[in-house]
Each structure stands twice: as C-alpha cells, then as structure tokens.
Write a protein that binds this ligand. Structure first.
Ligand SMILES: O=C(O)CCC(=O)C1=CC=C[C@@H](O)[C@@H]1C(=O)O
Ligand SMILES: [Mg+2]
Length: 371
C-alpha cells in the first residue's frame, strides 16, 4: 500500500439531540475524516476528537496539526507499507496523539482489507457475522425523558442501557430506573466525576446489580481505581485511563479494572486494540467497544473490531439514527430488532461515504499529495 494522496476533512455534524455527560453537553460533533488514496483503492478513517479537550487532550486542531505536519509526511516518506501494523511502528516516535494516529492507521486497515478482497472484520481476525449492541444515554434534567429514552431503546431491541451519572444524579436515578424497568442489563458511566471521598455513594450503587461502573475516578488514574474496586461488588470498567497495551497490562495487574471499554481512537488504532484484546483473552478480562459519537465511518471500524472473540459484552455502537438525522455513509448502520448489527461482507469497512454528504458536512479540506 503506497499512498499517492491523503485527504484530511474537518467535519461538523449536528446531533439530533444534546448529549450530556458529567463533563459537558455536546450538540455538534466536530471531528476529522481521513482518506488514503493508493493507485487502486481508497481507505477511510475517522479521527474521534472533539472541538474541546474535555474527554482527552486531543482536539480537532491538535489532530489536524499532528497529521498535517508530522504523520502524513512520515507516511509519504516511508512509501510502500505491506501491512497496517507497520503504521503504529512508524508513528511510535510521536508521543501520544492517539486519535490522530488511529484515524490514519484505520484508513490503512481499510485499504489492506480492500486489497485482500475481504471484510475488515476478517482482516482483523474477527469471528462473528453479527454483533450485539447497547446504547449510551446522556444525563437528562427530567428523569421522565430518561425513562422515555430507555423505553425507546428497549423497544428497538438494544441489549444494554448505559446510563451517564454524576454527583447528585446517581443513586436515585439508578434506583428509579430499577423500579421502573426491573432487572434489565444496565451499567453506569461516571466519566471521572468522583473521587475516593465518594466511596460511600459509589458503594450504594452495589445494591442495583449493575453490569459495571465505568471510569468513576480520575481520567489518568489506575491506583485509586484499584483501591475502589476492593470496596465495590460491582465491576469497574476503565475507559479514559487506558491509552495503550501497557496501560491495560498495569491496570489489570493492579486490579483496577475487571472490564475494559475499548475505544480504537483512544488506544491509537486497530493494531494496538488487537494487542489489548489478546492480553484481555489471556487475563480473562471481557471487552466491549465504546463510542465517541462517531459518524458512519468510525461506526464501521467499531463494528469490525467488535467481531473479535473477546468482545463479549454489548458495546455503544448504536445505529446511525442514534445521533444523526442523516449519516454520511450508504447504507446507514442499522440495528436489527434483536439488538444486533450484521457485519458487512464487502471488502474493507463495508460502508461507502456519500460524496455529496461528505461535502455537505465538510468545513475544511487539505488534499496532500506525495512528492
Ligand atoms: O454512543 C456513543 O458513541 C458513546 C457515547 C459515550 O458514552 C461517550 C462518548 C464520548 C465520551 C464520553 O462522553 C462517553 C464515554 O465515556 O463513553
Ligand atoms: Mg466512558
């Protein structure tokens, strides 16, 4: 695979409804799409940054700079790649900036699968032809709106409900949901809104038989999560704390996490995600695929990675209509009535961007050519 042209697109898509978490409310998604053009194929990747550095340190502007000024020139200079695993090794001297790295590496995985004439899922070693999915539901001012959202997605067949919590919007919200919906598969995501001083509040959540509590403590911690896990019955699931295979190895060794939310962009790409997957098989740590409110391109990559065997819990890969009036891909991602998504059998990511819609939501383009 030798890139002749790499296209960076700043994208802005408006969410159907605001998405509130413990660290803010999103109404639009600002992100980046990348296209890697070789002589025969085009590979697509999504950079899952936001406009503001609230989930991680990366933003549209930092990723644009790192790709434009470092990663793309490195790819042009390197020339012919035989396998996408080489991309991560090439980018290794660049510190962090995982979402920027992941977008370009994901495009090379798409290219590789297209070149082999196989679905990306198979190229990754995936073993499933359908994946089970859940949905992530934001914080609502009026709990009746949250009830309506849970009802809606239960009726649509989604396999588990992820409920955003924050101090003051936690125990009573989960209690009310249990009273109304009984023992449905349910988890909570705190997005680092608590500290060890809140251990008594978090212990109260133990009575509700949640599947897990996601990232209760600081985004860059594994020590305090290990202390907290010793106090809780409910499994802790780490998201923001896990940026690499090494982070996962240390967190598992310390007992900081019993489940991992895998986000391909957060860990720097599909090759690293596969390494973490294999570590979790060895350590008996189940995985599920998180989301970053992706467009259909990022959603396609998430579907493929979820076909790896140790993704045993429903993830956040909802259908395109969860967030978008219209997605930029054809066909859109659909969730069947049984809460599953069919894994595309076409070569590559299995979804094609719609040119007119790409242009409609593009706010800036940089076409970079070799030479
Ligand atoms: O539906 C999705 O894409 C998942 C949305 C979601 O829960 C999150 C997206 C991005 C950051 C966080 O707010 C949160 C998460 O922590 O998983
Ligand atoms: Mg999370």
């Amino acid at each position: 695979m030798k890139a002749e042209k790499i296209v960076l697109r700043k994208m802005r898509m408006t969410l159907k409804s605001p998405f509130q978490t413990s660290f803010g409310t999103q109404t639009v998604r600002d992100f980046i799409l990348v296209e890697v053009h070789t002589r025969d194929f085009v590979g697509y990747g999504e950079c899952v940054v936001s406009g503001e550095p609230l989930y991680s340190e990366e933003t549209v502007e930092t990723a644009w700079h790192i790709m434009e000024d470092f990663l793309v020139p490195m790819l042009f200079e390197y020339g012919e790649l035989a396998h996408p695993d080489e991309v991560g090794r090439l980018f290794a001297p660049i510190r962090r900036n995982n979402m920027a790295k992941s977008a370009l590496e994901g495009a090379y995985w798409d290219l590789y699968a297209k070149q082999q004439g196989i679905p990306l899922a198979r190229a990754l070693g995936g073993t499933k032809d359908r994946i089970e999915v859940g949905v992530s539901l934001g914080i609502e001012a009026d709990i009746n709106d949250l009830f309506r959202n849970v009802e809606k997605y239960l009726e649509l067949g989604y396999r588990r409900m992820k409920i955003k919590i924050a101090p003051g919007k936690d125990v009573e919200v989960i209690r009310a949901l249990r009273q109304r919906f009984g023992g449905i598969p349910m988890m909570a995501d705190a997005n680092s809104a608590y500290t060890l001083r809140d251990v008594d509040v978090l212990k109260q959540l133990d009575e509700f038989d949640l599947m897990m509590i996601e990232q209760p403590l600081a985004h860059d911690d594994i020590i305090d999560h290990a202390k907290l896990q010793r106090e809780l019955k409910t499994p802790i699931c780490l998201d923001e704390s896990i940026h690499s295979y090494e982070d996962a190895r240390k967190a598992i060794e310390l007992g900081s996490t019993r489940i991992i939310n895998m986000k391909v962009g957060r860990v720097g790409g599909l090759s690293e995600a596969k390494r973490i997957h294999d570590l979790c098989v060895e350590k008996g740590i189940p995985l599920w695929c998180g989301g970053m409110l992706e467009s259909g391109i990022g959603r396609a990559h998430n579907i493929a990675v979820t076909t790896l065997p140790n993704f045993t819990l429903p993830g956040d890969t909802a259908g395109s209509s969860r967030y978008w009036q219209e997605d930029i891909i054809d066909p859109e991602v659909e969730v069947a009535a049984d809460g599953t998504i069919a894994v595309p059998q076409a070569p590559g990511i299995g979804f094609a961007p719609v040119p007119d819609l790409l242009d409609k939501y593009t706010t800036a383009v940089n076409v970079m050519k070799r030479g």
